[in-house]
Design a binder for this molecule. Structure first.
Ligand code: ATP
Ligand code: MG
Length: 363
């Protein structure tokens, strides 16, 4: 047992306390991240996502750097958390750093920390950097394409050496972090344009996860929507569900904002609708759904739909939407659509749309 003079001993106790505090904070962060169930859930029913999930589990086991590509809202962060959760760092912290959220100098201070008095406007006692804090855990560098060039060089050094220097200090601190980066930018193109360092690009591009856009995995739309419905039912005390026609319309929409847009849409429809069964007309006011499509509609296996099938889908969603807006009254729906009522009946039958049973007014 080493002996300490009184001052040294106090310092030793303080350091221990500091380490404990840091662990407490780490534990709180892990607890909070674990309880946010909806943000951690990764639903994968389509074949492409199942394959990606298997690959992610496989690469979770090693410590190599991972880069996740994908459109905005496609689930890059969800995959990053999944890889962390399946790795042997799962009991340590997962620290997300958004490289686009701060100007270069602030981002640098967040990443590396700074010594007392170094950083104008900063904490007067200095601050621990996120890389140092994340020791033994995972750092998720979101929107890595937005990282300023001068910081890219420093990041490369951490990846290669595991060494950090706080701003204003020459002391080298070792930190053992696994890096997962993500971007919706074409990094290779940025390398060509010299806005992204080639050496960092090759260092990051070791294990690559490409998250497909939602429109190319139609089989995921129903299960993910159902999960969101269940979650929001619990959150708001509802017992709502989506009609099958609404699901068909959702499956043929292009979801430019991907799963985030799907989540927001489901929540908005559930909150706004007064009905337990949410129908097509809740989907989007103004019926811009089909017009908004940027790619032709495909079936669940990615095959282009025939003209006939695509038109049928459109006809079905159009009719359902008008029917809903008329409270299921066939006569007034026919009037609105400027169709003869018998033509509407034929169409309903042909498209397999259920005719509301209840009212006399329907006759
Ligand atoms: N497969 C999935 N199953 C369930 N929820 C998902 C899935 N993919 C994404 N989400 C949810 O969709 C939202 C967007 O996902 P995420 O934040 O991971 O996207 P992102 O690709 O990181 O987006 P951005 O590029 O805008 O940062 C989150 O609320 C997330 O929980
Ligand atoms: Mg993200």
């Amino acid at each position: 047992m080493p002996t300490y003079s009184w001052d040294e001993h106090e310092l030793y106790v303080l350091l221990e306390k500091f380490d404990q505090e840091r662990n407490n904070v780490r534990n709180i962060i892990r607890f909070m991240q674990g309880t946010d169930e909806i943000s951690n859930m990764l639903i994968a029913e389509s074949q492409s996502m199942k394959t990606l999930l298997e690959y992610s589990e496989h690469i979770a086991a090693v410590d190599s750097t991972v880069i996740i590509y994908g459109e905005s809202g496609s689930g890059k962060e969800v995959f990053a958390k999944y890889i962390h959760a399946k790795s042997n760092r799962a009991n340590q912290v997962f620290i997300p750093i958004n490289c686009a959220s701060l100007p270069a100098s602030l981002l640098e201070a967040e990443m590396f920390g700074y010594e007392k008095g170094t950083f104008t406007g900063g904490n007067k006692d200095g601050k621990i950097g996120l890389f140092e804090f994340a020791d033994k855990g995972t750092v998720f560098l979101d929107e890595i394409g937005e990282m300023p060039l001068e910081l890219q060089a420093k990041l490369l050094r951490i990846i290669e050496t595991g060494e950090i220097k706080r701003l204003g200090s020459n002391q080298i601190i070792k930190s053992d972090v696994r890096i997962i980066a993500a971007t919706n930018r074409d990094l290779l193109e940025m390398v060509r344009e010299k806005t992204f360092r080639a050496d960092l690009y090759y260092r990051l591009n070791v294990l690559v996860v490409n998250v497909p856009p939602l429109r190319s995995r139609v089989d995921d739309i129903f299960p993910i929507s159902s999960y969101f419905v269940q979650t929001f039912n619990k959150k708001y005390g509802f017992t709502k569900r989506l009609s099958s026609d609404l699901i068909s319309v959702m499956e043929s929409y292009s979801w430019p904002g991907n799963v985030r847009e799907l989540r927001n849409t489901v929540e908005r429809m559930m909150v706004e609708s007064n009905n337990t069964l949410i129908g097509v007309n809740s989907f989007r006011k103004g019926d811009t759904v089909i017009v908004e499509r940027s790619t032709p509609p495909t079936s669940s296996d990615g095959e282009l739909l025939s003209y006939q099938k695509a038109m049928e889908n459109y006809e079905r969603s159009y009719i359902c939407s008008v029917m809903e807006s008329c409270g299921g009254n066939i006569r007034s729906a026919a009037r609105k659509m400027e169709l003869h009522i018998s033509t509407l009946y034929r169409k309903l039958e042909k498209l397999g749309i259920q005719i509301p049973q209840t009212t006399e007014e329907n006759t």
